[in-house]
Design a protein around this ligand. Sequence first.
Ligand code: ADP
Ligand code: MG
Length: 303
Amino acid sequence: MLQVKNIYFSYDKTPVLKDVSFILKQGEHLSIIGESGSGKSTLLKVLYGEFDIAKGTIFWSDKRVLGPKYNLVVGCDFMKYVAQEFDLMPFTSVEENIGKFLSNFFPEEKKERVAELLEVVELTNFSNTKVKVLSGGQKQRVALARALAKQPEILLLDEPFSHIDNFKKQSLRRNVFRYLKEKEITCIVATHDKEDVLGYADTMVVLNNNQIEASDTPNNLYNNPKTPLIASFFGEFNSIDEEIVYANQLKIVEHSNLKVTVNQSYFKGSYYLIEAHLNDELVFFENDLELEINQEVYLEIVS
Ligand code: ADP
Ligand code: MG
């Protein structure tokens, strides 16, 4: 179990993390979300022991995570961290990079392990390619595989799929997160992409203004978003009579007291996102068909 208790951290005078606490059980998947600059990367680095914190404690079971003041080498062997900027050996092959921390005393096992990891990150065909010539997304996958190589108990991932194109992203995400669940590797993923969270995370921590704004299951936060920030993470939403209403909760009806004038239709694949005026405000709703500009329609909130 990871126990983070009342931690405070600042790089200089201004606090970046204020009174952050949460608990994560072994094998659970936690997402840390928040706007750019909200402190997600800082929190991961603090958990990894990269910085000394001003206050608070971090424990993994009975092992305390301490900063560089108390540790000659940053990090602990039960934990791995994949930074937003990954640091690989550019002039050696993908295979060698992934196997970097594996013992050479068991060459067969090492080979098998690397092959397994190449499959998880879908890079089998690139095993002999030099890292230098890989794309940003491919490098990110090598960094991921290398972090997994020695089977950490806990894995910290900073926007792990941010460099990976949409063609690959979906299957890669499924592979990696399935692998982590199977091996019961506790993971903490910093992200601003809801696709990294929904369907995978057991719990979420929302960072805002240097603090935890909410912490709950994705399901509870989606169904009961207490603040606009939380709602905006999940999708387009409106504030109607001080209530948060997602775009997909508004439907066209024959008549209602919500009369809007269409402004724009955006093709979204399986639906159109319609932007409309409700008096002086903009509202967004989903519709199967494109609507004409200036068309007037009535909306109803469905839940
Ligand atoms: P996020 O990952 O959510 O985008 P960060 O943790 O990178 O946020 O940054 C949080 C805040 O800390 C920002 O205001 C950022 O400018 C500041 N910050 C990040 N790294 C450093 C650093 N090395 N020195 C000083 N300030 C930093
Ligand atoms: Mg970051």
